[in-house]
Design a protein around this ligand. Structure first.
Ligand SMILES: [Mg+2]
Length: 275
């Protein structure tokens, strides 16, 4: 009913003589309305369950992956050491398609478990769908936290190498993003909580990013579970979730008009004041 009323009021619908133009305009309008309704439904469903939505990047955020070709001689030597040579069997390292060596970030399972009590979770990676599916199976082997339909990859990007909440039919007022690269979210910078990149393996490239952090494997120590980046981000997410739903005015009139981007700003300002 809503769709019919809005279409009949659209000037393009009435004035055009070109049937093809009219049909394509109608199709676009209907598509936009369906997307808006899906986003609004998602918002209402989240609010009713006192949840928000969290979109997670994969590479350097939840794990570090290298291809076997990228593995440096020093890292190969490290992995041959008797204390590490069984890491694949012990479930500390994983292989995808006999070519990708995957190291999950310390604390990632606790992070997903606790985050899932406050957020519906999605993954958005600029890797391929095949890689994303396998990586999520490693991180969430029992499929408890991330539904396969909530896994988005480079094939889903509407613009090359740009991620967007629109692809996922998410309302930006109730969605947060955790990513080590903010610039790929060109339309949603205020929704992003940046995380320091996780670099376990040494990387051969000359990228500046690889100079920012030492590689855990050769330094003989991985990131701390308790004091590492995922633990820090989880604490920030908890504060934001509490601040979003702990609001006297909104609890009386409804949370539908709250905007998580304002809450992120408030939480950060309060933290600065406390410092
Ligand atoms: Mg990344």
């Amino acid at each position: 009913m809503t769709i019919m009323v809005m279409l009949s009021e659209d000037s393009n619908f009435r004035k055009g003589n070109n049937n093809e133009f009219q049909l394509s305009t109608i199709a676009q309008d209907m598509s936009m309305l369906c997307v808006k309704e899906a986003r609004d439904d998602n918002l209402r469903s989240l609010i009713a369950r006192k949840k928000l939505h969290l979109v997670l990047d994969l590479d350097h955020t939840l794990l570090h992956t290298v291809t076997l070709n990228e593995l440096t001689p020093s890292d190969r030597e490290c992995l041959r050491h008797r204390s590490r040579r069984n890491w694949l069997k012990e479930g500390k390292l994983f292989m995808i398609k006999d070519n990708f060596l995957v190291k999950p970030r310390p604390n990632v399972h606790t992070f997903l478990k606790e985050a899932s009590t406050m957020f519906d979770l999605s993954v958005f990676t600029l890797g391929t769908k095949g890689y994303a599916t396998k990586a999520v199976e490693i991180l969430d082997p029992n499929g408890l936290y991330i539904s396969p339909s909530n896994v988005f990859s480079v094939e889903d990007c509407k613009r090359p190498m740009i991620k967007g909440l629109d692809v996922m039919n998410l309302n930006e007022r109730v969605s947060l993003i955790v990513d080590d690269i903010k610039r790929v979210w060109v339309d949603h910078p205020k929704n992003v909580i940046e995380i320091e990149p996780y670099l376990f393996f040494e990387v051969k490239s000359n990228s500046k990013r690889t100079n920012m952090k030492h590689a855990g494997l050769q330094m003989g120590g991985d990131e701390s579970e308790k004091y590492g980046e995922l633990a820090r981000v989880l604490r920030e997410l908890k504060k934001i979730h509490i601040a979003f739903f702990d609001n006297t005015e909104a609890s009386q009139v409804g949370y539908e008009n709250r905007d998580v981007r304002d809450v992120v700003e408030d939480v950060r300002n309060n933290f600065r004041l406390l410092k």
